[in-house]
Design a protein around this ligand. Structure first.
Ligand SMILES: CCCCCCCCCCCCCC(=O)SCCNC(=O)CCNC(=O)[C@H](O)C(C)(C)COP(=O)(O)OP(=O)(O)OC[C@H]1O[C@@H](n2cnc3c(N)ncnc32)[C@H](O)[C@@H]1OP(=O)(O)O
Length: 157
């Protein structure tokens, strides 16, 4: 894992996100990294839910939490890939920031709340301002959700 999370390179004006903003004390503060420094297509993040992230029953996670984690890991992965493609260090100007245009999730099984969750991302396409990211979230090595995201880079203005 790289030492600096992708989200740690976000400038202050983009650091208020509920899912991953480091300046949001009430948020999830998700941190995403390259899975392997030699491979700039796969990413990883870890998150351990709090007891209040519960869904319908006390030991399972709320689906909206899972969507939030996938959402933020996907957009961060897209931004990291776009910087890499341009041969630039993350966070350098002009800022490259992606938002979610589309996020399609399959919830495969209930997600436990007491385990550390692992999110994987794979940038499957990056053309123009549009990135496609294949995502998954697992617990104890078992996939609990998979998703496909279309992320679009904000226009400079
Ligand atoms: C609120 C966010 C503020 C910013 C914070 C940033 C920090 C991030 C931190 C963490 C964030 C956490 C994550 C969050 O929660 S982000 C918050 C949730 N997401 C949003 O609020 C996004 C709202 N939508 C928009 O702003 C616009 O619709 C965007 C910017 C997405 C596109 O409008 P824009 O006018 O700019 O671009 P375009 O229409 O020319 O499209 C460009 C290309 O994209 C393709 N396309 C578009 N839509 C779709 C679609 N649904 N499926 C497939 N493809 C789609 C389109 O065909 C074209 O492709 P091509 O023809 O070139 O091949």
């Amino acid at each position: 894992m790289s030492k600096q999370a992708f989200q740690d390179s976000y400038p202050a004006e983009f650091s208020h996100c509920y899912g991953c903003g480091h300046d949001n004390p009430h948020g999830l503060q998700l941190k995403s990294y390259w899975l392997d420094e030699e491979d700039r297509t796969h990413t990883v993040a870890h998150f351990t839910p709090k007891p209040y992230h519960t869904g319908g029953v006390p030991d399972k996670a709320y689906g909206g939490l899972i969507a939030s984690l996938l959402d933020c890991h996907g957009t961060a992965s897209a931004a990291a890939a776009a910087y890499f493609k341009e041969g630039r260090k993350m966070g350098t100007a002009p800022i490259l920031r992606f938002v979610t245009a589309s996020l399609s999730i399959d919830f495969l099984r209930p997600t436990p709340i007491k385990e550390e969750l692992t999110l994987y991302g794979e940038i499957t396409q990056l053309e123009g301002r549009k990135a496609t990211v294949a995502l998954s979230l697992s617990a104890n090595g078992e996939p609990c959700a998979t998703a496909t995201m279309i992320a679009v880079a904000l226009k400079p203005e």
